[in-house]
Design a binder for this molecule. Structure first.
Ligand code: PMP
Ligand code: GLU
Length: 385
């Protein structure tokens, strides 16, 4: 059988594979501590569930425009204005089947054969694969723990060649939890404008920030960078709605027109029912969302204390729900993660898929009781070696 060359280049998603393996072992009765999870462990808030049920009952069960209902896009426009100070018109917005899908569409629309796409490393596992699927080449900018895993203006300038077309930014970052401040983004924006580089800004963890007082979206900084940015967000992480599959993107009208055409011929609309639930999520007061955020913060603090106690180093995550830990003293992180899962039933994700061998990602989207138990097991596993 002949398989398409681009598809043949794809590797499986390590995050999805290990999360699935952990769930499978748990279903078989194993007492797994799941530090692999890339999703909130909370259920979708009841008022959002009800909106989905109501949508089914009142007949919102047909096709919608391929980029989402006008009502939902109007609400997303309000959200971008309210939370991010970005002005997007309804026809500059597209709702997709999860932020992953929004990112995929944005990359397909912007990246061409032969183009280079800059990706700060460590990176979320799917960016390079999406870039390769578009026929473009991922180019990594290696960040370091002593700079909180953030790129510097100097690094960005040096990485740009005459083939560079796009920079993918992810703040808060999966897997490192780092968050870019206003000054840092201003410098990045200045370079991208000067070199005429597009930015795809993945803001899916926007609501989950801990030590930072204000979240800044790069597109809000000035008109020049606004014209060169596609901003991606969604309801998965903030509203505990990963299974509903709703993400969205806003950007320059020209790019968004093509993105609409792309969705017209590929997926059509994301689920009408999920769109109704997402509308409710974005319309409602955020008290429950902030309670989940506070719980994540308190779990992060607990995990940091427990890791400090056993002398495992990490960079303090300012957002998202991951701790990116340096376990290079244990050798190959794939083997370490496999052994920890086999020997003490703790699932974590090796750093290799994020471009950071030697590291592992521990998710704190699990209860404090499980966090204590998991770190205890890891500690005893390390001391028995
Ligand atoms: N970006 C990042 C950095 C993520 O971690 C995720 C989680 N899978 C996504 C995008 C995609 O989110 P969604 O579930 O909305 O597709
Ligand atoms: N974003 C999550 C993670 O990184 C979910 C899994 C995925 O979509 O890759 O674990």
């Amino acid at each position: 059988m002949k398989i398409n060359q681009r598809i043949k280049m794809l590797s499986p998603s390590s995050t999805l594979a290990i999360t699935a393996r952990a769930k499978e072992l748990k279903a078989q009765g194993a007492d797994i501590v799941n530090f692999a999870a890339g999703e909130p462990d909370f259920n979708t808030p009841v008022y959002i569930q009800e909106a989905g049920i109501e949508a089914i009952r009142n007949g919102q069960t047909r096709y919608t425009p391929s980029v989402g209902t006008v009502d939902l896009r109007k609400q997303i426009a309000l959200k971008f204005k309210r939370d991010n100070n970005i002005d997007y018109d309804v026809n500059q917005l597209a709702v997709s089947c999860g932020a992953k899908h929004s990112l995929y569409c944005a990359i397909q629309v912007l990246a061409d054969e032969g183009d280079e796409v800059l990706i700060p490393s460590p990176f979320w596992v799917s960016y390079p694969e999406m870039v390769k699927l578009a026929g473009a080449t991922p180019k990594y900018i290696q960040t370091t723990a002593d700079r909180d895993f953030k790129i510097t203006p100097d690094q960005l300038e040096k990485a740009i060649t005459d083939k560079t077309r796009i920079l993918i930014l992810n703040s808060p970052s999966n897997p490192t939890g780092s968050v870019y401040g206003k000054n840092e983004l201003e410098k990045i924006a200045e370079i991208c404008v000067a070199k005429d580089i597009m930015v795809i800004s993945d803001e899916i963890y926007e609501k989950l920030i801990y030590d930072v007082s204000e979240y800044i979206s790069i597109a809000s900084l000035n008109k020049e960078i606004y014209d060169r940015t596609i901003t991606v967000n969604g309801v998965s992480k903030a509203y505990a709605m990963t299974g509903w599959r709703i993400g969205y993107a806003g950007g320059p009208k020209l790019a968004m027109d093509y993105l609409k055409n792309f969705q017209d011929h590929t997926t059509s609309n994301p689920s009408s029912i999920s769109q109704a639930a997402a509308l409710k999520a974005l319309q409602s007061p955020e008290d429950e969302i902030m309670l989940m955020r506070d719980e994540f913060k308190s779990r992060r603090d607990l995990m940091m204390t427990l890791l400090d106690d056993i002398h495992i180093s990490y960079v303090r995550p300012q957002g998202a729900f991951y701790m990116f830990c340096d376990l290079s003293f244990l050798g190959d992180s794939n083997k370490t993660a496999q052994a920890i899962l086999n020997d003490v039933n703790v699932a974590l994700i090796p750093g290799d898929g994020f471009g950071a061998p030697g590291y592992v990602r521990l998710s704190f989207a699990t209860s404090k009781e499980r966090i204590r138990e998991g770190i205890k097991r890891i500690s005893s596993w390390i001391s028995r070696r």
